[in-house]
Design a protein around this ligand. Structure first.
Ligand SMILES: Cc1cc2nc3c(=O)[nH]c(=O)nc-3n(C[C@H](O)[C@H](O)[C@H](O)COP(=O)(O)OP(=O)(O)OC[C@H]3O[C@@H](n4cnc5c(N)ncnc54)[C@H](O)[C@@H]3O)c2cc1C
Length: 344
């Protein structure tokens, strides 16, 4: 395992912001994880995990805690479980987009709507990654983690991970490092139902239709590319973390008021009804490309924040506050940031 010191973290994140890590260990071989545990045995707090850095804002002064960059790879189709679902084991560092492609090629359905989401598979339970009607909680069966409090490996059922709307117990505590994941997929020729209008329109099918998973994934990718929600699909808005805010939950009266205004309001598997943050940002009067702080602006294709040259973590946080305040003033809805903050 390779450990380096004083490594700039900015290039290891999609926002490209932030100072150095006091130490950075890169884990490529799962068998080397015990070496890392040895390396950090004197630390009083769990280390910081980093996947592809597509959902983090690193502080300008960097990170004093050891950082573990998880780059392990591997997908194993294990066979059928009792309920007929096919179990697939994935190493935490494996890119999610590659997993989605592999599953589609294997004729396995259940994750096709997650096409185009950047990041590692190990980070997916952290905020119960989801898009276009599917969430990791739909297919995740269990995770093998290192529990820094107990000092040993533990297998947790998905139900124990407290997966909710873009949240889980991993989002609230660094106690656990996800090492491997077990998913249960359907062997099926058709995707889950298409529940988003934009995807249905792209496919030219009615809402609720089921289509071959590869077609569903292509349609999702096309919709995402138009919004700059696939990394590198939009050179001008490359430095992004996707959505900066959670889609806030709204009660029934507010939901129907927002629907009347044309807002995209959707129901989620946890029973919540939510309006997209991007719609609220637009409604609050922000135009595409609006500059917020030095090097931080609204994307040129979607109502989210992106970074340019000169951006800093302090400036990004200030930009988040500017958006938050204006959305609250103009729409009455309080947004909450979805990003994970690393370091100071
Ligand atoms: C263009 C774009 C579009 C996006 N679209 C979506 C979307 O549609 N839906 C969605 O849900 N998200 C989306 N995201 C957010 C992001 O892709 C996900 O949150 C992704 O899971 C982050 O993976 P990562 O490997 O980059 O994690 P990182 O950003 O490196 O880390 C994110 C968090 O997870 C922790 N972490 C990482 N790996 C582990 C591990 N092995 N064990 C324990 N903790 C770990 C980190 O400490 C950190 O707190 C988007 C981001 C971008 C840039």
């Amino acid at each position: 395992m390779h450990v380096s010191y004083g490594v700039p973290l900015a290039p290891l994140t999609t926002l490209g912001i932030g100072g150095p890590a006091a130490s950075l260990a890169e884990l490529h071989d799962p068998a080397e994880f015990p070496d890392f545990v040895q390396e950090v045995r004197h630390c009083t707090a769990p280390p910081v995990c980093l996947g592809e850095g597509s959902n983090v804002l690193v502080g300008d002064r960097g990170c004093a805690l050891p950082v573990l960059r998880i780059a392990t790879r591997g997908i194993r189709v294990l066979g059928a479980a009792d309920d007929g679902r096919v179990l697939v084991e994935v190493q935490a560092g494996h890119p999610l987009w590659e997993l989605v492609e592999t599953l589609i090629a294997e004729g396995l359905a259940g994750m096709e709507m997650l096409a185009g989401i950047p990041g590692t598979t190990g980070a997916t339970p952290v905020q119960n990654v989801g898009a276009y009607g599917q969430e990791v909680s739909d297919t995740l069966r269990s995770v093998e983690v290192w529990d820094w409090e107990l000092g040993r490996r533990v297998t947790l059922d998905a139900a124990e991970c407290a997966l909710g709307h873009r949240t889980s117990m991993f989002k609230k505590s660094r106690r656990w490092t996800v090492l491997t994941l077990l998913f249960a997929l359907r062997r099926a020729e058709l995707s889950g139902p298409v529940t988003y209008r934009s995807v249905a329109d792209e496919l030219d099918v009615p809402l609720g239709s089921q289509v071959p998973p590869a077609e569903a994934a292509q349609a999702v990718l096309a919709v995402r590319r138009r919004k700059g929600m696939v990394l590198d699909s939009c050179e001008n808005d490359r430095r992004s973390i996707g959505s900066v805010f959670f889609s806030p939950e709204v009660g029934d009266p507010m939901a129907s008021k927002l629907r009347d205004l044309g807002a995209p309001v959707a129901h989620f598997p946890d029973g919540s009804t939510r309006v997209t943050a991007s719609w609220l940002i637009r409604q609050a009067g922000f135009a595409l490309n609006t500059s917020l702080t030095r090097g931080v602006r609204i994307s040129s294709v979607h109502y989210t924040l992106v970074a340019d040259d000169g951006a800093s973590a302090a400036g990004f946080r200030e930009a988040v506050d500017i958006v938050l305040r204006q959305v609250l003033d103009r729409t009455g809805v309080l947004l909450a940031p979805e990003i994970d903050f690393i370091g100071d």
